[in-house]
Design a protein around this ligand. Structure first.
Ligand code: HEC
Length: 153
């Protein structure tokens, strides 16, 4: 009888301890995920990802040339979507209305059409690490941008 009493007395406690251990693990993983999230990218790696995946259409540096296909991305962080003067955006991007920040860039790069339905950018970046690096790179660029002059026709 005593043994059973002890077993009963301990059973709930061990459940509580298990639950606490699980919760601690979950919180640790969550904290790790938060640290490893969109803000922990590396700008140097991001520059390489940009060169490989974005530079065919975009510039993200000071230049007097117009970018090949997309808008200039130097200073895009903190800029209102669809407002670089020298690019003919889709109506969808023009009326998107948000100001680009890390969280919105992360959503956009994961799936442009989910954030801006009707956007004309045919590229997804499925890797969270690549997105984080790209955002670090784009954030490291100065917000001020001298607008390039269009070459005379
Ligand atoms: C095939 C060409 C192409 C590639 C590759 C491409 N983009 Fe784009 N991007 C565009 C076009 C075109 C737009 C304008 C979309 C619109 O008007 O709907 C755009 C728009 C954007 C915008 C919004 C800019 C603004 O001024 O509001 C961001 C941010 C962006 N691209 C980031 C990237 C990044 C980062 C990459 C690389 C991972 C990338 N793009 C790759 C063509 C491209």
């Amino acid at each position: 009888m005593v043994d059973i009493g002890i077993a009963i007395a301990f059973a709930p406690r061990s459940h509580v301890m298990k639950a606490t251990a699980l919760l601690t693990t979950a919180l640790t993983l969550w904290a790790f995920a938060a640290v490893a999230g969109p803000t922990s990218g590396d700008a140097v790696r991001g520059a390489a990802v940009f060169k490989a995946q974005c530079a065919a259409c975009h510039f993200a540096k000071e230049t007097d040339k117009s970018p090949p296909i997309g808008p200039q991305l130097l200073g895009v962080v903190g800029r209102k979507a669809g407002t670089w003067d020298h690019f003919a955006y889709t109506p969808a991007m023009k009326k998107a209305g948000h100001v680009w920040n890390a969280a919105l860039l992360d959503q956009y790069l994961e799936n442009p059409y989910a954030l801006v339905p009707g956007a004309a950018m045919g590229l997804l970046v499925p890797s969270p690490a690549h997105r984080a690096d790209l955002i670090a790179y784009l954030s490291s660029n100065p917000a001020e941008l001298k607008q390039p002059e269009r070459a005379a026709p």
